[in-house]
Design a protein around this ligand. Structure first.
Ligand SMILES: [Zn+2]
Length: 484
């Protein structure tokens, strides 16, 4: 199992100069090769291999450009290896060999963003408080924790807040923690970050929300500074530093929580949330990004592997909110549907067995007990876009006028729904039921109504009858959005 260990390094002025030269050369080699590949592609010629690119853009280029010789050559080769890998990922994603979110073709590197350079093999040396890099020198390093084993490579990073890091890749083996025989279901939410099936509620850290005013102030200063001035660079650094701090606070919170959970429980069950679909909604994007749901899932995945725990993700379409966790009766819907005032309530009573539920805890228990486990990543909905005739997007809150919220649902003779208030949000369900010749696909906040005749052609997409849609969950999310 591979793991990354990242440490802060503190280069002196001379070393900063040399590192920036090194970053510049790596960037130059990458950008030149990429431009060359793009040109060949435009001419209809296949992409050259890594060896060909190395010959042309490192060996040959060094004869003409003497400054390329002033830096170590390993990072330059690694830069081209990365380009080769980026192309491979892109091609595999196009042909469907690589699952998950579509990979875009490699992009040009900018002087202004994060800079990296990688050393491999015996190219660098580490000791008690220094790291030696060829043609740069010995840089001070702070070993905040011991390395698990001998690293295979080190990446030197300069982030936009001008901080320097050394990131090592090491081989580690799984740590076996004693079995606790406890399982946990986790319901993620906006107002409460996580609700555990044990009833515990964990508040979100929301570092961006807390720093929003400060950030706005810094950004205002930045936008007013003259382009190219020293003041602008200072203002840019302030913004970048605040962003870095926000990111660190969030990561710290997620790391601590995921470590705690993996130590305490053998089986961890999470819901498969379509985060990238949800953040397409402009009104929700900031709040959801601030939470870090996706990062949380990635961390749990990694830590479950490290500590040999069972981590599961349940199907996106599993009804978790309206189902009673005591008797399995799917009646919460009716209860919630009586009046919209009920929706705001976070508790409800089961009509079948009379059990009293907290909405989130009930959902967390249902997540824990759910049987459908996602095995493969669902193909993104963009894949089938070309197949749908007249695709119509259900855009929630995209068409918001003052005090008026609209939901558009359509297919052929499109059904248009203007939702003026929360009450009317309830109306979208009966309306959908009316159009019996259509199937509704809801993907996060995005939805399409397609005619049944088209569904057969959409073999790549999971076919779901609209009755499975957890309307209460959807509506409670709408409600949450309105309340916040
Ligand atoms: Zn019940």
């Amino acid at each position: 199992m591979k793991a990354r260990y990242k440490y802060r390094i503190y280069p002196n002025h001379v070393q900063i100069q040399k590192l920036s030269q090194l970053f510049g050369c790596c960037r130059y080699v990458w950008n030149q090769s990429l431009a060359h590949c793009n040109q060949l592609y435009a001419d209809g010629i296949k992409k050259p291999s890594y060896t060909d690119l190395t010959k042309q853009f490192i060996t040959q280029a060094k004869r003409e450009l003497l400054w390329l010789k002033e830096v170590a050559s390993t990072p330059l080769q690694q830069s081209l290896k990365d380009l080769d890998q980026a192309y491979k990922n892109f091609f595999n994603s196009c042909t469907g060999k690589r699952k998950g979110i579509k990979v875009k073709p490699p992009k040009f590197k900018s002087r202004k963003s994060k800079q990296t350079a990688r050393f491999v093999g015996a190219n660098y040396q580490i000791n008690q408080d220094k790291i030696y890099l060829p043609k740069v020198g010995k840089i001070k390093i702070v070993w905040s924790r011991p390395l698990a084993s001998q690293p295979t490579s080190v990446t030197i990073i300069r982030d936009s807040a001008n901080r320097y890091f050394a990131s090592f890749v090491v081989e580690t083996c799984a740590e076996h923690l004693p079995k606790s025989n406890n399982s946990i279901g986790i319901d993620l939410g906006i107002s409460t970050f996580a609700t555990l099936s044990t009833g515990e509620k964990i508040k979100a850290s929301l570092p961006l929300k807390k720093n929003l005013k400060k950030l706005a102030k810094f950004q205002r200063k930045l936008s007013r500074a003259e382009v190219g001035s020293k003041r602008r660079e200072k203002a840019r650094l302030k913004v970048a530093k605040l962003h870095a701090k926000i990111k660190d606070v969030r990561a710290d919170f997620l790391h601590k929580l995921s470590t705690k959970l993996t130590h305490k429980y053998d089986v961890i069950v999470l819901e498969d949330l379509n985060v990238s679909g949800m953040i397409k909604n402009r009104k929700l994007a900031r709040a959801i990004s601030d939470l870090g749901w996706r990062q949380f899932r990635t961390l749990l995945e990694g830590k479950a592997e490290k500590y040999d725990r069972d981590f599961r993700v349940i199907n996106r379409w599993e009804p978790t909110t309206r189902k009673c966790s005591c008797c399995g009766f799917k009646g919460g819907k009716k209860d919630l549907g009586v009046s919209c005032g009920m929706l705001r309530k976070r508790e409800w009573t089961c009509l079948n067995c009379g059990a009293f539920h907290d909405r989130d805890i009930n959902a967390a228990i249902n997540i824990l007990n759910a049987e459908s486990v996602v095995e493969t990543v669902i193909q993104p909905i963009t894949k089938v876009e070309s197949v749908i005739e007249n695709p119509v997007q259900l855009s929630l809150f995209n068409e918001v006028a003052e005090g008026q919220r609209s939901i558009f649902i359509g297919h052929g003779a499109a059904v248009r729904l203007a939702v003026k208030s929360k009450q009317a949000a309830m109306m979208c369900q009966p309306t959908l039921n009316l159009s019996s010749n259509s199937v509704c696909l809801i993907d996060g906040w995005e939805s399409r109504v397609v005619s049944k005749s088209n569904v057969g052609r959409m073999s790549k997409y999971r076919q779901i009858p609209h009755t499975i849609i957890d309307w209460d969950r959807l509506l409670s999310r709408i409600e949450e959005e309105i309340v916040n």
